[in-house]
Design a protein around this ligand. Structure first.
Ligand code: GLU
Length: 305
C-alpha cells in the first residue's frame, strides 16, 4: 500500500471538517494558533516515514506529554508506589474534573487526566534532581532531535490561568498524594504540557510503543515489552478523555490526544501516526485529527481488534 497517497487522500477529506470545532482558548497562548493547520506523519517500525501538510511544524503537544511522563516514571519510579497513588480506569469525566477527585479522595483515576499526570510528575521529581531538564532531555532523545524545547509563553500562560490545576494539586496535597512543593510540581507540569513538537518528531518519539519498548532512534529499549503493552492499554482505555469509547469505536487504535489539537496513535508492532489540527470537539479532542485517524484505519484496515 502506498502510504504517501493514503495520507494525501486523508488530508483532502479531513480538511473539509475544518470549521466544525473550536481552538482551545482557556489557555490564551493556544488561542492564537491558526485553525486551518493540518499535519500528519506516519513512522513505521521498519524506519520508513510518510508526511503530509504541516507535519514539520511544531505545536503545543499538551496532554500528549503525559505519555512521555508516564514512560519515564515507569522506568525510574517505584512501580507499586506509583500505582497506589494513581488508578488505571477510564475517567468518564472531564480531564480536569474536581468532582471525581473529591469523590475518590485525592487518588486520580488514571495517569492521562490532569490530576493523574500531576501525581506522575511529582513521582518523577521525588527521584530526579532536575526533573524538568531530565524530561526535556528524554523527549529529545526519544525523537532524536535536540532542537525540541518548552514553549515558555505557553508554560507561563498556563501558570497564570491554571486555577483548576492548582485546585487539583492542592486537593491531592491535602490528601497526602503530592510529595513535593506545589510550585515545583505545577511548574514542571505546565512545562511538560508546553513542549512544542511536530507530527514528524512525535511519530518518531512514540516508536517504542509500536516496537515492544525498543526505540530505533536511541537504538535501545526504553521500556520492557510488557510496559509498552501496559501503556498502550492505558492509551486505549484512557487516552481520549471522556470520549475514549467513541474514539475506540471509530478508530480502534490506542491513542493520546492533547488540547493543542494533536493526537498520536499506535499500530502495535507496525507504526506510529501523529496528526495535528487545532480545532477541538466538546471533549477536547481534535475534530479533524479524529476524522483523519478514522479514515486511516478504514483505508489501511488497521485496528487492534
Ligand atoms: N495543559 C492542559 C491543562 O492542564 C492540558 C490539557 C490537555 O491537553 O488535556 O489543562
Amino acid at each position: 500500500m502506498n502510504l504517501s497517497s493514503v495520507l494525501e487522500e486523508i488530508e483532502s477529506d479531513a480538511r473539509q471538517y475544518i470549521g466544525r470545532g473550536m481552538v482551545a482558548d482557556y489557555i490564551p497562548a493556544l488561542a492564537r494558533v491558526p485553525a486551518d493547520k493540518f499535519g500528519m506523519a506516519v513512522h513505521t517500525a521498519k524506519g520508513q516515514t510518510f508526511n503530509v501538510g504541516d507535519s514539520a511544524e511544531a505545536f503545543s503537544i499538551q496532554s500528549i506529554s503525559k505519555v512521555f511522563s508516564l514512560m519515564l516514571a515507569m522506568r525510574i519510579a517505584d512501580d507499586e508506589r506509583l500505582w497506589n497513588r494513581v488508578g488505571r480506569e477510564p475517567s468518564g469525566n472531564a480531564f480536569n474534573s474536581l468532582v471525581q477527585l473529591e469523590h475518590e479522595k485525592g487518588i486520580p483515576r488514571n495517569p492521562f487526566i490532569n490530576a493523574g499526570a500531576i501525581v506522575v510528575i511529582d513521582a518523577l521529581i521525588s527521584v530526579l534532581d532536575e526533573a524538568k531538564d531530565c524530561f526535556l532531555d528524554y523527549a529529545r532523545r526519544l525523537s532524536g532531535d535536540s532542537s525540541i524545547g518548552f514553549d515558555e509563553d505557553v508554560a507561563r500562560s498556563e501558570y497564570e490561568h491554571g486555577y483548576i490545576n492548582f485546585a487539583l494539586a492542592n486537593f491531592m496535597k491535602a490528601h497526602d498524594n503530592i510529595e513535593n512543593s506545589l510550585d515545583l510540581v505545577l511548574d514542571a507540569y505546565f512545562h511538560h504540557c508546553s513542549l512544542a513538537m511536530s507530527c514528524e518528531q512525535l511519530a518518531r518519539a512514540f516508536l517504542p510503543l509500536a516496537n515492544d519498548g525498543f526505540s530505533p532512534v536511541i537504538a535501545d529499549s526504553v521500556l520492557t515489552d510488557r510496559q509498552s503493552r501496559q501503556i498502550n492499554s492505558l492509551m486505549l482505555t484512557c487516552g481520549l478523555y471522556d470520549a475514549v469509547g467513541r474514539f475506540a469505536y471509530r478508530v480502534g487504535l490506542p491513542a493520546k490526544s492533547g488540547v493543542g489539537g494533536g493526537i498520536v496513535a499506535i499500530v502495535p508492532n507496525e507504526m506510529t501516526i501523529a496528526v495535528w489540527a487545532p480545532e477541538l470537539d466538546e471533549n477536547g479532542n481534535s475534530v479533524v485529527g479524529t476524522r483523519a485517524l478514522e479514515l486511516f484505519a478504514q483505508i489501511t484496515g488497521r485496528s487492534i481488534f
